[in-house]
Design a protein around this ligand. Structure first.
Ligand code: 5AD
Ligand code: SF4
Length: 433
């Protein structure tokens, strides 16, 4: 008899992809996707540990699932992903109703765990080699397919838990990536997004990240290629030249986490670049690809961040004027080097700095979006607009959402239209007059 599974995903795109891999593995067993947690025999929470808040959300979700298990004692609950790796067996000490604790490198073994009599099942071994080759994602309909090309991180930014939850860097073979891209095209996906915790440190012998990007432009049927997230240290001029040469197939968008603007904080964060190096990278990128969308991640309130350091961050933001940014308050994470530093910026100061950063970024976002008005741009059509059935939405190469009249447009078509307006984080292309 078929049993039903339900997966809830928290955190980054790699987790989205991993949940598709998990769905693929379960579907190869006696499981079928259920419609929700209530009718499931197995619930997996695929979790994130990047900030404390991400973990708190899952703790409270587990509390709700405990109640569900009381009603349905046959239900099995699995905690998988980064939080499982971070908390390991500790989680079952406090939450004995959790049946499985599986780190990100253990998914290949799930079939045996499903049939094991052990309770709980705990596997948080990290592997030097696991790149999920031969495991196939089970995907929903859509425009974009995620493809993981490397895993793990060797950078050890002092605030970041990822090297401890995802282990060391390892890259997949070019052939298996090309095969997955071809399969994605055959399944009807128009766009692929290459994923890695440090995507541009990809390498397979002498074959580097920019070689891979170039090779992928040859895959028939893929209209757009994106990737996330790169590290500034591994951005090369060769990579940016491939962007310039392979437009529009390679999207003109780079997500380039800056994190902080002052060299003192960057050093303490172990980011391995200086403010000057970062600004030179931005100049080099804009020289080769003037319309490149550049987005970023920022952290405020890192240990020891002074008012002067924070002002420098604002100054760098003003120089770059990012298209958009994810902005966070520093959150101490276990195992990391920064956790041993005194978390000396008060919560009130962190909040005030975050508010100021968000306000400045809002100005820059508006500036970048308004600059698009009057331009003819390529738009990959995604779906009906949420607000009106008479309109569709799609995405520009530089990763901005555009709303435009439905006409005869179908999802996955690459169309050209003129931008007529910008409001908030939406561009519009509407008949003028
Ligand atoms: N506290 C706050 N933000 C963090 N990030 C990573 N670790 C932390 C932390 N300890 C942010 C960084 C990273 C993004 C994914 O999350 O900005 O780029
Ligand atoms: Fe969260 Fe980082 Fe793990 Fe992704 S890799 S789930 S962002 S902790």
């Amino acid at each position: 008899m078929k049993r039903r599974f339900y997966i809830e995903t928290y955190g980054c795109q790699m987790n989205e992809y991993d949940s598709e891999i998990l769905a693929g593995i379960l579907s190869s067993q006696e499981y079928v996707p259920g419609s929700g947690p209530e009718d499931a025999d197995l619930i997996l929470l695929n979790t994130c540990s990047v900030r404390e808040h991400a973990e708190q959300k899952v703790h409270s979700r587990l509390g709700e699932l405990k109640a569900l298990k009381k009603k349905n004692p046959g239900l099995r609950i699995g905690l998988v992903g980064c939080m499982a790796q971070n908390l390991k067996a500790d989680i079952v000490k406090h939450k004995p109703y959790v049946d499985m604790v599986l780190g990100p490198d253990s998914y290949r073994h799930i079939p045996e765990y499903l049939h094991s009599d052990d309770s709980p099942v705990i596997d948080t071994d990290l592997s030097k080699y696991e790149v999920y080759d031969g495991l196939f994602p089970s995907r929903r309909e859509g425009v974009n397919a995620w493809i993981s090309i490397m895993r793990g991180c060797d950078k050890f930014c002092s605030y970041c838990i990822v090297p401890y939850t995802r282990g060391r860097e390892r890259s997949r073979s070019p052939q298996s990536i090309l095969d997955e891209a071809k399969r994605s095209a055959e399944q009807g996906f128009a766009e692929i997004t290459l994923l890695g915790q440090n995507v541009n440190s990809y390498r397979s012998g002498a074959f580097r990240f920019h070689d891979l990007l170039k090779a992928l432009t040859e895959v028939e049927g893929i209209k757009r290629i994106r990737y996330t997230s790169p590290h500034p240290q591994d951005i090369t001029e060769d990579l940016v030249k491939v962007h310039a040469a392979c437009r529009p197939r390679i999207a003109s968008h780079i997500h380039l986490p800056l994190q902080a603007g002052s060299d003192r904080v960057l050093r303490r964060m172990n980011r391995t670049y200086s403010q000057k190096h970062y600004l030179q990278l931005v100049d080099m990128i804009r020289k080769h690809v003037p319309d490149m969308g550049i987005t970023t991640d920022m952290i405020v309130g890192f240990p020891g961040e002074t008012e002067a350091d924070f002002r420098e961050t604002l100054e760098v933001m003003r120089k770059v004027k990012f298209d958009s940014a994810y902005m966070f308050k520093y959150s101490p994470r276990p195992h990391t080097r920064a956790a041993a530093m005194e978390d000396d910026v008060s919560e009130a100061v962190k909040s005030a700095r975050l508010t100021e950063l968000i306000a400045l970024q809002k100005e820059h976002t508006l500036y970048r979006y308004r600059k698009m008005i009057g331009r003819d741009v390529g738009i990959l059509v995604e779906s009906e607009s949420k607000k009106s059935p008479d309109e569709m939405k799609g995405r520009t190469s530089c990763n901005k959402i555009v709303v435009f009249p439905r006409e005869d447009y179908r999802p996955k078509a690459l169309i050209r239209r003129r931008i007529t307006d910008a409001q908030g984080v939406t561009l519009f292309s509407r008949p003028e007059g």
